[in-house]
Design a binder for this molecule. Structure first.
Ligand code: BES
Ligand code: MN
Ligand code: ZN
Length: 504
């Protein structure tokens, strides 16, 4: 997709499609009002007769409107003007870019930059238009023999964004870069999530990490195999991998974009490439979706891709513990007690609570990078899906400043998280009669109990945990990975690099 900026107004723009907004109950935004004037009141007549409605997210296409040089006009309903906010604005963009794809237009000009979004500026709008346009172009058809995007669908090649003034274009260019980088990080995360578990194995994740490293000289990738992990004493990670023939991997990707002496942000992503539950096996319904249990890992790789594309002046380390969780004669059993890298012993009461076992060793391993902060990202609990549904990722942290920074980044990026408590009381459930800690408690507050388990291994640094079990993918007809929380994480690092620059 090619992007460009223009200041051309409706009266002189021969675009294949002008994308404009209309409000319920008026007033007409500038582009709509210009179209109305050029067409001698045709648009306002269509609105008056009810043929064009401004309901939020509703789109309508007008073709060859007399007096208007644009070939087509895509009208997007924006709801009532006083109610427009950033969440509604991104819904408008999603609807607009999806409809635009259904038209035959090869190019288009977005006039949605002229809508006023309270609390957000033109930079933010440009970024989100770019991001949504790229997102809607995403297709996962590499395993279909007849590839969809060879068909007419991918006609749209060029998107122009109308800016109020030429002087805005420097700012807009930076927003464009950020939008494209985030979209390409999301596309990588989606691809990894969508790939089937017989392709996207721990080794495949390691190869993907290595490929990122090859493209860039400020990246170093290390991959530990089973023997190396055994030597280090990663008993928690290894006990999950025991049931599978597919060997586990511990992947570390170090990006040094900042000053040498600066402590890195460490991102730890759960990489269970298939979670059957192990001996505590899951029911068959929707079990295929447990290929998405590596979406935390995918988001780490996607975020690093975005950071590399932007050459952000920060140090970031990605750590990915990766394995399969399968039952077999060699699999870990409920009742087994293992010793983690931290030396704490863990009684495995349920082999389906495997994410925390991978993560606890990876979080202990993270210490060697002397992190400024550590954020882990995991499709960790079904309980988090029950608590927050598909709209917000669960955020857990004892560090208010870090939690606030992540919440702020999430809302700016349109990839929201919601904070849940992490109180010590929830740890009581994890008492074991036979080991230092058990890997499960009772069902109540399951997402918090899981976070509390992780907290035992993160005392050495500032830490936050994101439970993305509800947000990382969609089920049903639109089944597929969402690329979340790449926007949140990339935004956090963008913000991080800015505050660093200020304090330096
Ligand atoms: N990967 C799952 C969590 C999950 C379940 C994510 C459903 C998305 C949808 C995780 O490994 C798991 O199985 N967690 C268990 C924990 C329980 C045994 C304490 C769960 O949530 O049921
Ligand atoms: Mn599980
Ligand atoms: Zn899992």
């Amino acid at each position: 997709m090619d992007f460009a900026f223009t200041t051309a107004r409706i009266d002189v723009n021969r675009t294949a499609c002008a994308v404009i907004g209309v409000y319920q109950g008026g007033p007409l935004p500038p582009a709509a009002s210009e179209i109305d004037a050029l067409s001698k009141g045709a648009l306002s007549k269509l609105i008056k007769t009810g043929d064009v409605t401004a309901a939020l997210g509703k789109t309508q296409l007008l073709h060859g409107l007399e007096g208007v040089p644009a070939e087509r006009i895509l009208i997007v309903g924006c709801g009532a003007e006083p109610q427009l906010d950033e969440v509604k604005y991104t819904k408008i963009l999603a609807a607009a870019s999806a409809s635009l794809r259904q038209t035959g237009a090869r190019d288009a000009t977005f006039y949605l930059t002229e809508l006023r979004v309270p609390g957000r500026d033109l930079f933010w709008q440009v970024r989100h238009i770019v991001q949504k346009t790229c997102e809607s172009a995403y297709q996962f058809d590499q395993l279909k023999t007849e590839r969809e995007h060879n068909k007419s669908k991918q006609r749209l090649r060029k998107v122009a964004l109308c800016l109020p003034r030429r002087a805005d274009s420097d700012d807009a260019k930076r927003a464009l870069q950020e939008g494209m980088a985030i979209a390409s990080g999301m596309a990588l995360a989606k691809d990894l999530g969508n790939l089937p578990p017989n392709v996207c194995t721990p080794r495949y994740l390691a190869d993907t990490a290595r490929a990122l490293g090859k493209e860039n000289s400020s990246v170093a990738v290390t991959v530990l195999n089973e023997a190396e992990m055994k030597k280090l004493g990663m008993g928690a990670l290894l006990c999950v991998a025991r049931g599978s023939h597919e060997p586990p991997r511990l992947i570390a990707i170090e990006y040094r974009g900042g000053h040498k002496s600066e402590a890195p942000v460490v991102l730890v992503g759960k990489g269970v490439t298939f979670d059957s539950g192990g001996i505590s096996i899951k029911p068959a319904d929707k079990l295929d979706e447990m290929k998405f249990d590596m979406c935390g890992a995918a988001s780490v790789l996607g975020t690093l891709k975005a950071v590399l594309e932007l050459s952000l002046p920060v140090n970031v380390v990605g750590i990915i513990p990766a394995c399969e969780n399968l039952p077999s004669g060699t699999a870990t059993k409920p009742g087994d007690i293992i010793t983690s890298l931290s030396k704490q012993t863990v009684e495995i009461l349920n082999t389906d609570a495997e994410g925390r076992l991978l993560l606890c060793d990876a979080l202990t391993y993270a210490k060697r990078f002397k992190p400024a902060v550590v954020i882990d990202i995991a499709t960790l609990t079904g309980a988090c899906v029950i608590a927050l549904g598909a709209h917000a990722s669960g955020l857990f942290s004892d560090d208010d400043e870090l939690a606030d920074a992540l919440l702020t980044a999430g809302s700016y990026a349109g990839d929201r998280a919601w904070r849940l408590p992490l109180w010590e009381e929830y740890a009581e459930q994890l008492k074991s009669n036979f080991a230092d800690v058990a890997n499960i408690g009772s069902r109540e507050g399951g997402a918090i109990v899981a976070a509390r388990f992780l907290a035992r291994f993160t005392e050495a640094y500032r830490w936050a945990h994101l439970d993305i079990a509800g947000t990382a993918w969609r089920s049903g007809d639109e089944k597929g990975a969402n690329g979340r929380p790449v926007p949140l994480l990339t935004q956090y690092l963008l913000d991080w690099s800015r505050t660093r620059a200020k304090s330096a």
